[in-house]
Each structure stands twice: as C-alpha cells, then as structure tokens.
Design a binder for this molecule. Structure first.
Ligand code: URA
Ligand code: SF4
Length: 209
C-alpha cells in the first residue's frame, strides 16, 4: 500500500469503527485530511457539529480561525495535515473520555507513521496530553520539544481563543513563532516521552507508536 492508500484505508476503518461509544453519535467519521507527505500535522480534539456533518476536520468557527492563523504565517490548510485525537464527534461537544482517547489512539499513531511529519502542532490539551500527559497547557504552550525525531509544539486550541477573547493574542503570538521554530528545529533539545507514573490515575499515557 502506498501512503495515500494507507490513509484512505484508515478513513474507511474510521467510518465503520465501533471501538468506543462515540460511534453512536457519528454522522460521518472525521479521519483528517491533507497530503500524505505533509511536513506539518495539526492535531485538534474531536469533530464538532459541522465536522460530523461534513466528515472533514476544522470546518466550523474554530476551523475558520485556524485557516486565518495559518494564513497569517503564510501556510495553507491544503499544505498541512489536519486531524484530531478522536475521529467521531463527542455528543454536545463534550470532552473526549479517557477510554475514547485510548480506543482512537491507534488511528492517530498509524497516521503519524504514514505521514512521518517533521513537526506536530497539538491544538488544545487533549492532543498535548498524548505527548506530555502531565503538562499544563498554560505553562508549555508555544514551547517546542523534540520527541522521537519530530518537533512537537503545543498550542492552545483555536476554539479557546473564540471563547476567551483574552487568549486571542496569545494564540496569534504562538502561531507567529511557528516558522522560526520549524527553522530552528535541529537546535531544540530532545526529550524522552514521559514515563507513565504508577500513582497517577488522572491521565493515562497513550502509546506513542
Ligand atoms: N475542533 C476540533 O478540535 N477539531 C475539529 O475538527 C473541529 C473543531
Ligand atoms: Fe472508533 Fe475513534 Fe470513532 Fe471511537 S472515536 S468509534 S475509536 S473512530
């Protein structure tokens, strides 16, 4: 299978998946979209109302802001891969549950393996937690870390800027830093992914392929 076929297979698997409860509220699965050789992947939380209806990620209000933010740094949505940690819509846009994140994690890992991006931008705390389960987004947003050869950059979710106008300038400033972070990627220190702690039952470390 070539990379495009492999991504298509994942999309098909998502649309018939029933590995977690979220399949009940699925109108269309939202596997993600973008070139299979994208250098950058943006990972959000999960489909909302419009995404669920259209089967495409970030096509509602948060998506409009994401496109605007990409545009502000000379990037187009067609040039990057955009996906989410859960591929089906949590009812009423509630937070994805730990068991749902765990059930869906394999799809994201497969996508990361196929696309093999140099840069991963996490949008919001749920995709941040895949890489940094114990971190606080308010403390590490905009700070790059190299994990398994990829630069991981956690950002606030664009929807957070829509709900909290005071965050808007923070989100804009983080995006503005992205091109320079990408250019300086080799200088960013490498860290090992955090080891799960036995006594931490709040956040479960998901496998990182
Ligand atoms: N918010 C997300 O996290 N993902 C989407 O696809 C849309 C809104
Ligand atoms: Fe399957 Fe992921 Fe959808 Fe759950 S959210 S049903 S694991 S595709």
């Amino acid at each position: 299978m070539n990379p495009d076929q492999a991504l298509k297979k994942i999309a098909e698997d998502v649309s018939s998946c029933n590995k977690c409860e979220l399949y009940h509220s699925r109108e269309k699965g939202v596997p993600g979209e973008g070139p299979s050789n994208a250098e950058i992947i943006f990972i959000g939380e999960g489909p909302g109302f419009h995404e669920n209806m259209q089967g495409r990620p970030f096509v509602g209000a948060a998506g409009d802001l994401l496109v605007e933010l990409l545009d502000s740094i000379g990037m187009k949505r067609e040039d990057v891969f955009i996906t989410n940690v859960v591929k089906c819509r949590p009812p009423g846009n509630r937070d994805p549950a730990p068991e749902e994140l765990k059930a869906c994690n394999l799809f994201l890992d497969q996508q990361l393996q196929i696309i093999n991006p140099s840069v991963i931008v996490t949008l919001g705390r749920f995709s941040m937690a895949k890489f940094f389960p114990h971190a606080k987004i308010s403390e590490i947003h905009g700070q790059p870390t190299r994990v398994k050869g990829m630069l991981v950059v956690p950002f606030f979710h664009p929807a957070a800027a829509l709900h909290r106008p005071s965050l808007r300038s923070v989100v804009e400033e983080d995006f503005a830093k992205l091109p320079a972070l990408i250019d300086g990627a080799e200088k960013t220190p490498v860290i090992q992914p955090e080891e799960p702690e036995d006594n931490n039952d709040q956040v479960e470390q998901l496998s990182l392929f």
